[in-house]
Design a protein around this ligand. Sequence first.
Ligand SMILES: [Zn+2]
Length: 659
Amino acid sequence: MKISPLIFYCYLAAWGATTGNGTQKMTPPPSHPNIYLVTIDTLRSDHIRCYGYERIETPALDELAKQGIRFTKAFTPSPITNTSHVSILTGLQPSSHGVSDFGVPLTVEHATLPEILQKQGYQTAAFIGSVILDSKTLAPGLDRGFTYYDSFPQQTETKSRWGRIERRGMDVVERAENWLGAHGAIPQFVWVHLYDPHDPYEPPPPYSEIYKGRLYDGEVAYADSALGHFLAYLKKQNLYEDALIFVLGDHGEGLGEHGEDTHGIFLYDATTHVPLLIKLPNEREASRVVDEQVRTLDVMPTILELLSVPAPTRTDGNSLGPLILGRKEASRTVLGETEYPLRFGWAPLRSIRHEGRKFIEAPRPEFYDLESDPGETRNRYVPWDAMTKKLRGMLREMSSKLPAARKPSPGAISPDTVAELRALGYLGAADARSSTDVPEPSFLPDPKDKIEQQNLLHTAMMASEDGRRDDARAALKKLLKLDNKFSIALTLLGHLEIEAGNYKEAAAYLGQACELGPTDAVAARDYGRALELSGDLPGARNALQRSLKLNPNQFEGRLLLGQVYLKLREPKVAEEEFEAALLLKPAGEEAQVGLAKALLGEKRFSDAVEFLRATTSAGSNHAELFELLAEAYRNLGKPEEAQRAEEQANRVRGTKSPR
Ligand SMILES: [Zn+2]
């Protein structure tokens, strides 16, 4: 049953009317209340006190539940942060909005909640707790419609994860509060994202002490305290009472259930069941508990209906209006999707949760009766069972109506961003080395058979980020014992050994990765780099030539091959590689240095002078370029010019040295 927008609008307007007490405070018109959306990352609903978990204190969430509506069965369509947030902000399934991967842009054809609200005169701002949602790198397009989007600094000297890839909840809410303090204009839509419960679990004191031994709970309690701080601020500013407040999780956390430590791979309730609380203006419908199954996709249509603003032509969610008003309706069907297993070369999963049952489409399909088996521990899948057939049919039919997600483009994110992803415990698309070009996903390994490997990889990436190289090495070696052909593990081990200065070991691992992925240009380049570092120049040359044959447009590869040729005393061929590198990146100073060295090596001193003078006068300011210029002048018998170039080199070094 769909409630008429008009009735709902009148209802909201009526709330405003009853509170219109004639005071002077800045109050948005009742039809356009301030809206605060708080998403708490990685938040399982069964680890919150008002959801029945007694081993935790979550006073802010509990109070909000008392003053608003608590949905006991809310589900995300995706267990991955970007994808699930895009679904919240668009009301679309992942297969509709297409953001199934990190770095995949949210395209303009999909209207976003802030964009629509902005057209309604809202001031819009977003405060994020992790680079995973940074619109400049990993979440392009997510800032659309936000007047202010609090991205992370692009350059930072700090090695600490705080401020570089993550912000503590209290930092996020203080940034939001500062913005609110400086921007009095109303109405406002402010989205606050608290990342804390995401692993690694490192709550600050006193939560680290109170929740010793179960630090995930400590992070949840800490995030709750940040939420409490934010709500207290709104109250102090008289912004709370009339506001619409939505608080929800983007996905849950495995915590070892079904063998999954974190999230992303599976579609069980552990990672898809999230809390959802809605506080209406003036605490309307306070303490209502809704037990019907709903989706985080329904958030945007609900907000738009409350505001009596038409929803975009296409949404996969529906307003929660009828349920908010206490009307009964059939539980909504939840579709789940995860493409993340593809990163590892494993089958993606799809699920449907309908009338107390769940069907998961996988190479080995699963069927659960959630009423008798809420933990999804007894797979009752029988292909000819009537209910299984029904759910499978529904899943196929509903999925077929969704526009297929575009293919993620591995080149869309930079190597630096891949490093950030790894620091957060995720593999970048460029890491997906396994062969995934099979005719259909069911031919790929079932993630159920691979989850231990994923956990070990995750452990290794987090340990590596933390500087615990031995732990990372141990996890990766354990992984290779499970599967000695797991090229991602070989690659990561190779990188680890390069960092540790063990170049021969690195070359051995990367060589194996190369054999397993003979068409992988990046693998061949990494192998070439390790060989070069270990002193095997002919080997490095061969690997790099192979890499560039697979993908000729690699600046790093061209640069490296040029340097190898210089060391092999083949300046003529080196020159060609540096020239090719400079075509890809004209201001690449390392390639400029390389080209100058090649020209000197060929004894083409006049050409070297001409090139270096042009380069340095065009703005390149690398001390080595001036040193090479001095060398060229000396060889041409021009000591005065050489002297001037030396002085210039010293000046450049002088201005750069105090860093
Ligand atoms: Zn998340």
